[in-house]
Design a protein around this ligand. Structure first.
Ligand SMILES: Cc1cc2nc3c(=O)[nH]c(=O)nc-3n(C[C@H](O)[C@H](O)[C@H](O)COP(=O)(O)OP(=O)(O)OC[C@H]3O[C@@H](n4cnc5c(N)ncnc54)[C@H](O)[C@@H]3O)c2cc1C
Length: 410
């Protein structure tokens, strides 16, 4: 824990995990007037597995929340074109200006998570890093009512809260403790290997597909490009014991020799990041005194690069359900999440299966694109639906909502 971190004994909400899902939820709840604690095991601004692509709906939300400018100021390059390569065929799409967003972004997690976490702290949340939630408290009726936090010195803190939010990733210990039911499952994990290169000039993002293989290249912070390959887990398992370097290069040459030769001429920075794959799942997202958001509630294969955009959308759905303060609102959070999550998971699962030819994967991408258009419509509707001052003011409706929440039993 850092010296500026403080933990009180009572909060309205405790959020476990301070990355894209947890920090966003904390930010929105704190701006709405709740007393919020966010607990994160890792150090501030630390890295995690990600190839960084944010889709339009996610960028729209960062813009509405007033944090996109900071991400841009941190040197995150604007992406104005995205190109899909199906074998030798290339389809380029220009990013159109709409809803105040004229570019996409692929920020390093050291930038995105840290920016959201700082914004949550500025909004009044207590954000504590290098501390782990090691226990969940229940009251006599079985309702979740707080957490036990263990800091780096081994000191345990008992904290009471009206709601405990698991934003603690796919291996969520909150989900495990509350026994959150798995509602839907994928069957096809893909394996991913990625790394960073300097001097790889990119005119936007590139997504490559060929039989049994995928790859992508995205401009990110510090003049770097993130380049990844996706492959069947059987091949990853069979060949990973050689070296990731060798397997990465072999796959990249097979998917796109042009990109492979550009990458070979660029300067690699740091190690390769391997991900062996994990089948997708959707968990029940709420119960008495608890809720799940982000990967804790719904994990999809990363080949569709949508986990962070989902996390941002669901952070807003959840925080507004919490402010409404009823079980009906939390049930609606789950049904609105699942209206997207089920189809996103199924499409991601089918793409991750590699059981497609190029015409078929193109059709799957068209379906994804339609779903993302609906997702943007939903995010656009948030302004009308919630009537809150997202940039941090104290609108009367927020104060009233916070007062309603504060009067609920703990
Ligand atoms: C290889 C790969 C590439 C990806 N690429 C993309 C992409 O391009 N675009 C995209 O949108 N998504 C991508 N994703 C998915 C994306 O990374 C996730 O969807 C996203 O990280 C989910 O965020 P989260 O906040 O829900 O969880 P996480 O990022 O998993 O964060 C959970 C946090 O909770 C903390 N935590 C866990 N337990 C505790 C505890 N008990 N106490 C305190 N803290 C705890 C952890 O330390 C962690 O920091 C990719 C995923 C992988 C694996």
């Amino acid at each position: 824990m850092n010296s500026q971190d403080s933990i009180h004994s009572h909060y309205d909400a405790v959020v476990v995990g301070a990355r894209v899902a947890g920090a966003s939820t904390a930010l929105l709840l704190a701006r709405a007037g709740l007393r919020v604690l966010v607990v994160e095991r890792s150090a501030p601004a630390s890295d995690t597995l990600s190839t960084h692509a944010l889709m339009r709906a996610g960028v729209m939300q960062l813009h509405r929340w007033g944090v996109l400018d900071r991400i841009v100021a941190a040197g995150t390059p604007a992406i104005r074109k995205t190109t899909f390569h199906y074998g030798a065929e290339a389809i380029a799409v220009s990013i159109q200006e709409r809803d105040g967003v004229d570019a996409l972004f692929a920020p390093r997690r050291t930038v995105l998570d840290a920016t959201l976490s700082s914004a949550a702290r500025e909004a009044g949340a207590d954000v504590v890093h290098r501390a782990t939630v090691t226990g969940i408290l229940r009251n006599a009726s079985g309702r979740i009512c707080g957490v036990i936090i263990t800091d780096t010195k081994g000191v345990m803190h008992t904290v009471k809260a009206k709601i405990v939010i698991g934003a603690d990733g796919a291996r969520s210990s909150v989900a495990k403790t509350v026994n959150a039911e798995v509602l839907h499952e994928g069957r096809h994990p893909s394996a991913v290997i990625y790394g960073y290169w300097q001097g790889l000039e990119l005119d936007g993002t590139h997504w490559h597909y060929d039989l049994n293989l995928a790859a992508g290249a995205l401009p990110t912070n510090d003049g770097m490009a993130c380049v990844f390959v996706g492959l069947r887990p059987e091949r990853y398992e069979a060949q990973r014991l050689g070296s990731f370097d060798k397997l990465f290069n072999e796959v990249l040459v097979e998917v796109d020799p042009d990109l492979a030769s550009k990458v070979a001429r660029a300067q690699r920075h740091g190690k390769f990041y391997p991900f062996a794959g994990r089948p997708g799942f959707i968990r029940k997202s709420w119960g008495p005194g608890w809720a799940l958001v982000g990967d804790a509630g719904c994990f999809k294969d990363p080949l569709t690069a949508h986990g962070m955009t989902d996390a941002l959308r669901d952070a807003e759905l959840l925080s507004n359900a919490i402010m409404a303060g009823t079980d009906d609102a939390l049930a609606k959070y789950q049904s609105e999440r699942d209206a997207f999550a089920v189809e996103f998971l199924d499409l991601s699962d089918e793409i991750a299966s590699f059981d497609w030819d190029l015409d078929h994967v193109k059709k799957l991408h068209l379906r994804l694109s339609k779903l993302m258009t609906h997702e943007c419509d939903m995010v656009r509707s948030f302004d009308d639906r919630y009537q809150t001052d997202l940039k941090g003011g104290s609108a009367t409706s927020q104060i009233n909502q916070a007062a309603t929440f504060a009067s609920l039993p703990g």
